[in-house]
Design a protein around this ligand. Structure first.
Ligand code: NAD
Length: 284
């Protein structure tokens, strides 16, 4: 159901790779709510992914840009304003990549040049886009800028690796830039901390997905639900919300243990203590 929440607004959406991408769902919802958008991703992702289909569906212009390149970002903000016919009202940063994780380097065996890459793509790119936008005065008064984050920014999750550090930095950038941009232009800068979601970046999360689903009173939030939340944050209904890490996780971040979690956990004790051949419980 559409509410015209973004009627007349112009936005840039980073990070739609395929129809599983959270950014893909946000793009669809933004247009449904009356926005005009520019889609952007790396040149490789634009070639390999299916962004052209999304562009056709949403009547969007695609502008390839590497979010870690200041030069590309300057070109993007300039071209996007031309394509949309004015200043930008909302931006979604939905980019992340850990080359250490791809190369199966563990957190106590990080390759530091790969760590630089992780931080650049997944966090510093957010600073770069804010700084470029501010220097070019490309954002409208009261514009809303969002990045997507994960609770591993401040609690440790097995296997989240250097991405946890990137998410901590990302959230810190939202606070620090949110102060400056808010004070000077009323621009809001927030991060949304999303549940585990099956996407290309979020592949291999089976255990984590199931765990947080069992732990959360409302269950995991889907990519479509995340898109709904982004729309509210881009709309004029949230003009005084800034510098926040906003949890969109069905309640997971405030849980310790749920009955569903405990029940599943208890099963492992039974398995561990069961004789594999006879199936009988071993009492010690
Ligand atoms: N999937 C999850 O479980 C989950 C949970 C919480 C937060 N998030 C965050 O949501 C965001 C979107 O991820 P997703 O799950 O939709 O996966 P996705 O793989 O669909 O999106 C990641 C995007 O980042 C883009 N990207 C990588 N390097 C880039 C660069 N240099 N410049 C521009 N773009 C670049 C990729 O091309 C891709 O489109 C990420 O920040 C991710 O960390 C995901």
């Amino acid at each position: 159901m559409a509410y015209n929440l973004l009627k007349g607004k112009k936005g840039i959406i980073f990070g739609a790779l395929n129809d599983q991408s959270i950014a893909w769902k946000v793009a669809e919802r933004a247009v449904e709510e009356g926005a005009q958008i520019v889609l952007t991703n790396t040149a490789v992702a634009c070639r390999m992914g299916t962004i052209a289909q999304l562009a056709e569906k949403t009547n969007a212009t695609v502008i390839a840009a590497d979010a870690t390149s200041v030069e590309d970002l300057e070109m993007l903000f300039s071209e996007a304003q031309k394509a949309l016919g004015g200043k930008i009202d909302f931006v979604l940063h939905s980019c992340a990549m850990s080359a250490n994780m791809r190369k199966k380097r563990t957190y106590d065996d990080l390759d530091y040049s790969l760590l630089d890459k992780t931080l650049d793509i997944s966090a510093i790119s957010f600073h770069k886009m804010l700084q470029v936008a501010k220097k070019m005065d490309a954002l409208a008064e009261n514009a809303s800028v969002l990045a997507l984050t994960y609770v591993a920014s401040h609690r440790t999750f097995f296997g989240y690796n250097d991405m946890a550090d990137a998410k901590s930095l990302l959230e810190s950038i939202a606070r620090s830039f949110g102060y400056i941009y808010g004070r000077e232009k009323g621009v809001r800068v927030n991060t949304i901390s999303q549940s585990p979601t099956y996407t290309t970046a979020g592949s291999g999360i089976k255990g984590l997905y199931d765990f947080s689903d069992r732990m959360s009173p409302l269950g995991n939030a889907s990519a479509d639900e995340c898109a709904d939340y982004c729309i509210v944050m881009f709309s004029d209904l949230t003009k005084k919300v800034t510098m926040q890490t906003l949890f969109h996780d069905g309640g997971f971040s405030n849980m310790g243990m749920s009955l569903r979690g405990m029940t599943q956990y208890n099963k492992s004790f039974i398995e561990e203590n069961t004789d594999k051949e006879t199936g009988k419980i071993i009492y010690g």
